[in-house]
Design a binder for this molecule. Structure first.
Ligand SMILES: Nc1nc2c(ncn2[C@@H]2O[C@H](COP(=O)(O)OP(=O)(O)OP(=O)(O)O)[C@@H](O)[C@H]2O)c(=O)[nH]1
Ligand SMILES: [Mg+2]
Length: 364
């Protein structure tokens, strides 16, 4: 591989268990992410998570994964057991290894000249919640790279601690001057029967986003108009963003249902603060003009989109029709359902009062 071919990839950094699982999933399932010029860097307080990824790579016969690095933080205090959903421990653990991590990342950046960095965490836990904003800011300052955080927010049933943590994490990311792409785990309640299936689906959707972004780097030269991945950072605006992918391998089905597909698979349900900015990628063997215009006008009308960067990637080897949309300028407080713990206690009381207390009253 020449120096030229090696340079200009993407740096992916995860913090915490969920973030590491998402990066591992992406690395296993989307082979376009694996070339050496991209680098994966998993920061975690849990030793077990790193071991899990190693055995998963073995099981999935990944073979070489020199560009997937795992680093354990806070070992002295936490003994490799995770941060126990306490973000002060997670942040402290990251800070204790910050200098070495940044040193490592700087060396990698010197070698591979990354174009952009994506940082990934599932907010709510101890390790990822505060580390996400912190490491994103550090990469921006020390490596001079543009950074886009990608994070999930908890299922509402996960309770006040995790949801409160996630809100603190979101505030922290905003305070760092960053606007994350959010994936709401709760949306998986609509599309899966079990927790396992929901989390796996969520991780696949997030991985697909990461993989599509690499396509953009790889095929930028063939796109109309040609886009550099850095261009999309111009669109980033407060407070947060969503992403969505519509895909069908049947032209008639795609034409009829793309709006539904985009709606179903959007990563978070929220409203524009005022106007929004959007990036849209159309991908097919040949993409009809009329459809691209329909999508753009849909975004303008439904998301009050001001600036749109569209790009079309057309190559014979692309099967089906894909539209990837990223929209920034959405409100965090308008996320639906609200980022608030679901109350089960009341329901339990009313259940017992109906089924036991009422018959008891009758007896009296
Ligand atoms: N989408 C998705 N969410 C996950 C995954 N794993 C955990 N979560 C969610 O992430 C939140 C907890 O974050 P974790 O990543 O487990 O916590 P952590 O950052 O490792 O923190 P500690 O375990 O306390 O050190 C919860 O809301 C989980 O539902 C995953 O693989 N995918
Ligand atoms: Mg963990």
């Amino acid at each position: 591989m020449t120096q030229e071919e090696k340079a200009g990839g993407i740096l992916y950094v995860s913090c915490g268990s969920g973030g590491e699982r998402i990066l591992a999933n992406a690395y296993i399932n989307f082979k376009n992410l694996r070339p050496a010029k991209n680098c994966f860097y998993a920061i975690n307080t849990s030793k077990k998570d790193h071991e899990r990824v190693t055995s998963l790579f073995k099981k999935e016969r990944v073979g070489q994964y020199k560009n997937f690095k795992m680093t354990l933080v806070g070992e002295e205090e936490l003994h490799g057991f995770g941060a126990g959903k306490d973000y002060t421990f997670g942040l402290k653990a990251y800070k204790s290894s910050r200098a070495e991590i940044l040193d490592d990342l700087e060396k990698l950046h010197k070698q591979y000249k990354f174009k952009i960095a994506f940082t990934v965490a599932t907010l709510g836990g101890g390790c990822g919640t505060m580390t996400l904003g912190e490491v994103s800011k550090d990469i921006r300052e020390h490596l001079g790279l543009r950074v886009t955080p990608v994070c999930s927010i908890p299922f509402r049933r996960e309770g006040e601690l995790l949801i409160g943590n996630a809100l603190t994490g979101l505030n922290h990311i905003s305070a760092m001057g960053l606007n994350p792409l959010i994936f709401d785990n709760e949306r998986m309640m609509m599309f899966s029967d079990s927790v396992k299936e929901g989390v796996e689906k969520a991780n696949t959707i997030i991985s697909r986003l990461l993989s599509s972004l690499v396509d953009l780097v790889e095929f930028g030269g063939f796109a109309t108009p040609p886009i550099d991945i850095v261009d999309i950072t111009r669109l980033i605006m407060p407070q947060c963003g969503l992403f969505s992918v519509a895909f069908s391998d049947n032209p008639k089905d795609f034409k009829k249902n793309w709006k539904n597909y985009l709606g179903f698979s959007k990563s978070v349900d929220s409203k524009p603060i005022e106007r929004t900015n959007a990036f849209v990628m159309f991908k097919a063997r040949a993409f009809p003009h009329s459809l691209t215009e329909e999508v753009l006008s849909y975004l303008r009308n439904n998301y009050k989109t001001k600036e749109i960067i569209p790009t079309t990637m057309e190559e014979d080897r692309f099967a089906g029709f894909t539209v990837l949309v990223i929209i920034w300028g959405l409100s965090i407080s308008e996320i639906h359902p609200r980022l608030k713990a679901k109350e089960f206690f009341k329901e339990k009381v009313s259940f017992w009062s109906k089924s036991i207390f009422k018959p008891l009253k009758k007896l009296r």
